[in-house]
Design a binder for this molecule. Structure first.
Ligand code: PMP
Length: 326
């Protein structure tokens, strides 16, 4: 058995899992990068670690300094773990439309959580802008700034991308995933395109986001929402996403996503969150378009545990006209 060194040493090197039923249904190999197996439970552990290391390397973050971030959840969870291991206090600004499970986890992990009203990005009271201002005011503090700090993308260029390349032995036709900050898609795309430029990169978008239109028309205009997905979709093109080679985009609606995660739960034994549902639906779409015999890789971002009051709450679904059985 391989040995890992501490929390930081346990981030990444996740398995690549063959999604059995989806592969059989499409005649393709549909492979999921098991990011939910990171020690903090999501794909965002990588970004959290790389951003903290970059702030240390630049000298902005010194011993005892505070790490501040605006995050809907998983980045905050990753940062709280990384900060505990390295001895930094962690302050998290979060919009008030997020699941109570995420607030509770962050508090348990020791982060100071500031829940603020949900307002658009252009508003000065937006949670990200509040986080940036607070870090500016506080001595020896940094704003992790996951949306525009390209250390986030670098995490995936230096780790996730090379891992996928090695695990598939380069036999990969397409990669698809949804985008919050864009760090995952942008970093993986950059790495894979350098290895083989014909690997197709497909952005998976929920409704109520501007990224599907951005990829397909060049204009980042919002599609009608809302969506119950959390942590994905964006109204703007972040610095992490800008300049990324993306070949196509698919839009997945909440009903497709709900049917996917419940089918994975009931027939395959998996317990996934909503962005994983979007990613798997997108992988199936891409596989169907490419036809049998192709390999499509996507990301299994986190588990369903944080979404018990929403995605896995029958009343929550019924109120929105969503059905687990499709
Ligand atoms: N899925 C989940 C569950 C997330 O928390 C996030 C990050 N907000 C994403 C997907 C999107 O990842 P990225 O920020 O790298 O685009």
């Amino acid at each position: 058995m391989e040995m890992r060194d501490g929390f930081a040493g346990s981030v990444g090197d996740t398995p690549l899992i063959r999604m059995a039923a989806l592969s059989e249904a499409t005649g393709c190999e549909i492979l999921g990068k098991a990011e939910f197996l990171n020690p903090g439970g999501s794909v965002k552990d990588r970004a959290a670690l790389w951003m903290v290391r970059e702030h240390e390397r630049s000298g902005a973050l010194r011993p005892g300094g505070t790490v501040v971030e605006g995050t809907a959840g998983n980045t905050g969870i990753g940062l709280a773990h990384v900060c505990n291991e390295r001895g930094y206090p962690c302050v998290i600004y979060m919009p008030d439309n997020q699941s109570p499970e995420k607030v509770a986890i962050l508090k348990t992990l020791g982060a100071e959580v500031r829940v603020v009203p949900t307002v658009p990005y252009r508003d000065e009271m937006n949670y990200q802008k509040q986080a940036g201002r607070y870090a500016d005011e506080l001595p020896n503090a940094v704003w992790a700034n996951q949306f525009d700090n390209v250390a986030n993308r670098l995490a995936h260029y230096e780790s996730t991308g090379p891992e996928i390349w090695a695990q598939t032995g380069g036999a990969i036709d397409a990669f698809t995933c949804s985008v919050g900050t864009g760090g995952t898609l942008a970093g993986v795309s950059r790495y894979l395109k350098e290895r083989r430029s014909d690997i197709e990169i497909v952005l998976a978008d929920p409704h109520g986001s501007a990224l599907y239109n951005w990829v397909t028309t060049g204009e980042a205009t919002m599609t009608p929402g809302p969506s119950i997905t959390e942590g994905i979709g964006n109204s703007r093109v972040t610095d992490n996403l800008a300049g990324t080679e993306i070949d196509d985009a698919v839009q997945i609606d909440d009903q497709q996503m709900v049917a996917m995660v419940y089918d994975q739960l009931r027939s395959q034994g998996w317990f996934f969150g909503s962005s994983t549902g979007i990613n798997l639906c997108a992988a199936v779409d891409v596989a169907k378009r490419l036809g049998p015999g192709h390999t499509v890789v996507t990301v299994l971002t986190d588990t369903g545990h944080k979404y018990q009051s929403s995605l896995y709450n029958p009343e929550f679904l019924a109120e929105r006209g969503l059905r687990p059985d499709g």
